[in-house]
Design a binder for this molecule. Structure first.
Ligand code: MLT
Length: 268
């Protein structure tokens, strides 16, 4: 079921399906909840999947200028409260969704039973990446979203997905184009200021599954391997035939990894 949930100063669109242990799925940039559709379809028989559009994306309301990773984390805590989820959940975030997961786990550790971190980073931005984010933020506010697909899609998907899965690329293009320029700019400014959490990884003592597309060029497998090695209860699974958008490019392999991780966690 898709519903609009008021969390105080914003309205979030959320898809809430299935029953059982809760998995909260948090999309990457500059996408929306639809990136999780195929993956979550196969999970709703065993889990309650809560899949929101973050503030400023999809049909959720927009807060202009800058939204921090902490603010998105607070929004998700409020969303879970409104949806009456008071027990620990599995937080599954992709890329920017992972940056938000670090902040959510820090602020609301009592709400995190386990973490699934897809194609994401713990490090902060280099000066060059930070500058590029601020330039994109200003440009999208001036010109709209039209220039973004050509700039981002070849980095989000593997070369082979770009060649062979025009349907996936087209979907992502449509989602990016219909997102709000102000929402995209606000997220870029928020990501540019996000903290480096590498030092904290050793303290994140919950079961964690790190997933990475073998051809991910934004958060490459070598970097995610190092992150997993620093986390006391983490394992890394590399997803074949996938780049940065592993859950979209190879949902079957991601669903298999996720199920076997959650079975193991529930048996602990
Ligand atoms: C994402 O997929 O969310 C982005 O690659 C995050 C980023 O721009 O760092």
């Amino acid at each position: 079921m898709i519903e609009t949930v008021s969390i105080g100063d914003a309205e979030l669109e959320v898809m809430d399906r299935g029953s059982g242990p809760v998995i909260l799925f948090v999309h990457g940039f500059p996408l929306d909840h639809t990136m999780w559709l195929e993956l979550t379809e196969s999970l709703t028989a065993s889990f309650r999947t809560i899949v929101p559009d973050l503030r400023g994306f999809g049909k959720s309301s927009v807060t202009p200028h800058r939204v921090s990773m902490e603010q998105y984390a607070d929004d998700l805590q409020r969303l879970l409260t409104v949806l009456d989820c008071r027990d620990p959940v599995t937080f599954c975030g992709l890329s920017m969704g992972g940056y938000i997961a670090w902040q959510f786990q820090k602020r609301y550790p009592e709400l995190v039973g386990s973490l699934i971190l897809c194609d994401t980073r713990a490090a902060g931005d280099s000066d060059e990446i930070m500058r590029a984010r601020l330039i994109m933020a200003a440009r999208v506010e001036r010109e709209g979203t039209g220039f973004i697909p050509a700039a981002l899609l070849p980095k989000l998907f593997s070369e082979s997905t770009c060649d062979r899965r025009e349907d996936l690329i087209e979907n992502a293009r449509r989602v990016i184009l219909r997102n709000s320029p102000e929402g995209i700019a606000a997220a870029q400014r928020g990501m540019a200021r996000r903290p480096d959490v590498t030092e904290r990884l050793a303290e994140i003592d919950v079961p964690a599954l790190l997933l990475c597309g073998v051809d991910d060029v934004i958060s490459p497998p070598a970097e995610m391997r190092e992150m997993a090695a620093l986390m006391p209860r983490a394992e890394l699974v590399e997803i074949p035939d996938a780049g940065h958008m592993a859950p979209v490019e190879n949902p079957q392999a991601v669903a298999d990894a996720l199920r076997s991780f959650l079975e193991q966690v529930s048996g602990d």
